[in-house]
Design a protein around this ligand. Sequence first.
Ligand SMILES: CC(C)(COP(=O)(O)OP(=O)(O)OC[C@H]1O[C@@H](n2cnc3c(N)ncnc32)[C@H](O)[C@@H]1OP(=O)(O)O)[C@@H](O)C(=O)NCCC(=O)NCCS
Length: 155
Amino acid sequence: MIRNAQEEDFELLVDLDANSGHVFYENNPNWKKGIPEWFRGMFDNNNNDFYIYEENEKIVGAIGLDKDFPVPNSCGIIFLAVLKEEHGKGIGGKLVQFLEEKAKGSGFERIFLYTSDDNVDAQGFYNKRGYAKINEFPGYYGWGQTAFLYGKRLK
Ligand SMILES: CC(C)(COP(=O)(O)OP(=O)(O)OC[C@H]1O[C@@H](n2cnc3c(N)ncnc32)[C@H](O)[C@@H]1OP(=O)(O)O)[C@@H](O)C(=O)NCCC(=O)NCCS
């Protein structure tokens, strides 16, 4: 089941991110301490809507829609994570499909996302779903890492 995220879900979303196997935290486990503050900024932003994938009342995945992406008629995927032990079961794909339908329903024509240059799995995942790499931004992330911008036309 996919549902809207509520304030009560906040801590569990932080845990989800920490346990998603994201390459960033796999390489820098200490940086998990910064997740609550970073996530709070995204979660409290009224331009972002978060959705949760729940199985047997357990949060196994989540996705965030950025309704204020700075390209006309466009939105962004601000967040996507699935618990590491649940990868490869189609949950991430369902979350992206769900978000694309929401975005289309709201009239957005294109959807974008940034991912780090070393997140090869995410790049493969998005490629399979029709997203194309548009540009590279060296030093985009605060710690100096390059970001890749991906995008897809929704209509
Ligand atoms: C990216 C992520 C959300 C995908 O979730 P998931 O539930 O495993 O995704 P799915 O099971 O729906 O799909 C996995 C697909 O990606 C493909 N994939 C995974 N790694 C890949 C790679 N390195 N190259 C090509 N394809 C790859 C799989 O083959 C599978 O394809 P299929 O749908 O045709 O079977 C998950 O890996 C995750 O949480 N990663 C850590 C957090 C993260 O990196 N988030 C994205 C930040 S931009």
